[in-house]
Design a protein around this ligand. Sequence first.
Ligand code: PNS
Length: 161
Amino acid sequence: MDATTVICPGSFDPVTLGHIDIIQRAAKMFDKVIVAVLVNMSKQPSFTIDERISFLKTAIGDIDNVEIVGFSGLLADYAKERGAKAVVKGLRAMSDFEYEFQMALTNKKLNPELDTVFLTSDSQYMYLSSSMVKQVASLGGDISNFVPACIHAQVYERLKK
Ligand code: PNS
């Protein structure tokens, strides 16, 4: 049987423990996981593409079947180019569902070979988002429970005012 490659796409601005949990679980389920970091975001990111990739590499670069890359353009096209069978996304709450469902159906229309697999977020990360991390750090709050320990200081220093 062919190896199954999947894509975990996102802005990762910055990566949170919730993202890490989804990527680690995907890496156990599939042969190869491409973590695809969106380069050209519609809203201005807080971290550069190099910083966002570097945080991910520091946090999970040691997992053999995980590749971390930047991508631009349509996810459906990038998935095709990389031979990925599915997009893997975490679902936190019902509030994520509508937007994620819309993206999954759009991607399927653009690339009929591409399915989307949703993993339920671990209950301890249900509330966690990159925007919340940014808000807490910029106000001097403790983000050590929200981002991987190995990047916590770097993320905090960049965000605190
Ligand atoms: O972490 P995010 O911001 O929820 O990730 C969103 C992402 C990167 C998955 C989404 O914006 C995306 O796939 N962008 C690439 C452009 C694209 O393919 N758009 C059409 C499908 S919705």
